[in-house]
Design a protein around this ligand. Sequence first.
Ligand SMILES: Cc1cc2nc3c(=O)[nH]c(=O)nc-3n(C[C@H](O)[C@H](O)[C@H](O)COP(=O)(O)OP(=O)(O)OC[C@H]3O[C@@H](n4cnc5c(N)ncnc54)[C@H](O)[C@@H]3O)c2cc1C
Length: 346
Amino acid sequence: MSFEVEKTVSLRNYNALALDATAEYFCRLCSLDDVHQALAFARANKLTITALGGGSNVVLKNTLHGLVALVELRGIRHRCVGDDVYVTIGAGEDWSSLVALSLRNHWYGLENLALIPGSVGAAPIQNIGAYGVELCDFFVSLQAIHTATGERREMDAKDCEFGYRESIFKRRERNNYLITEVCIKLSTQPNNRWQYPALRDALEAKLGDASAAQITPQLIAKTVADIRRAKLPDPARLPNAGSFFKNPLLDEQQLARLMVDEPQIPVYPAYNNLSKVPAAWLIERCGLRGYRAGEVGVHERQALVLINYGSGSAAQLLALCEHIQSAVEQRFGVCLEVEPRIYGSF
Ligand SMILES: Cc1cc2nc3c(=O)[nH]c(=O)nc-3n(C[C@H](O)[C@H](O)[C@H](O)COP(=O)(O)OP(=O)(O)OC[C@H]3O[C@@H](n4cnc5c(N)ncnc54)[C@H](O)[C@@H]3O)c2cc1C
């Protein structure tokens, strides 16, 4: 398909929240040549570039000015070094399909990250994670192109400054790079990680008493997929962007204050002596699970997920988000940070 820039394109089918936003300009990037043509077009017309993958972690307001570039760069290659398998993946490949392919090939490591929607190129943006595992556990490097200068850069894990749902691409280098390729290191030897409480409980329910000998990477992936299907609404049927808020990271003092009134709250160790508490738990304690405000609402089974029931707008969704944030702040003194990236203007 030859490179083409379209004007005034609806993004409704390109975001998991099914928000009716419009891109001023829109193009698809299927090759590196397309990337360079898009950069040249943006430079010539003084436009910003917004990369879009599966649209599963964005909130799009009415209008996205500039050029929205749908990343569709494909290709997967691998190289074995002893037990290690270095897999290099085009940014437009589907993450879930990559996990399935890796398991079919007996390349282990990604099983806890089964069924996370979206593209491989977006995975480093927030260092995707689930069930005790994060992208940074396997990450080797990525190739990126600076959208303003066209400079090509290889970045390793240190350059990416990964954290909990964080990276340099959400902070200092926000919107500055287009990721074209990601390289991860998997292994032909299973290294099962199943101690994350929800996963361990589900395995125990399946196996009786989860003993390490019975647990395989395939079983972990299947169990993770089962939990996710039971817990999370499918965006194709009930538009949503997964977790709308990050789980707050609290220091010792903040945690001690919270535990005075809420001694039952689950607490997980996190980075730098901080503790992670579930945002869903806080929202639920405010009585907001299942809360609905017109065409948007909080999912009835998972309080971390905000839903567009059909014709909800970004304005309604962000008003609901503020309502939840202020309820949690007032009751617990804890600030909830929004996880998806917000783009565009009203
Ligand atoms: C039902 C559901 C469940 C989810 N569960 C999880 C989960 O368990 N764990 C988790 O971590 N996340 C989860 N998410 C969030 C989402 O799946 C991830 O953040 C995913 O990586 C987003 O991929 P995407 O291609 O859809 O990104 P998009 O939504 O298209 O983009 C997200 C951000 O990445 C940028 N971006 C996308 N592609 C590129 C690129 N090639 N170069 C530069 N920037 C780029 C965009 O500009 C944007 O800022 C879930 C989402 C849904 C809807």
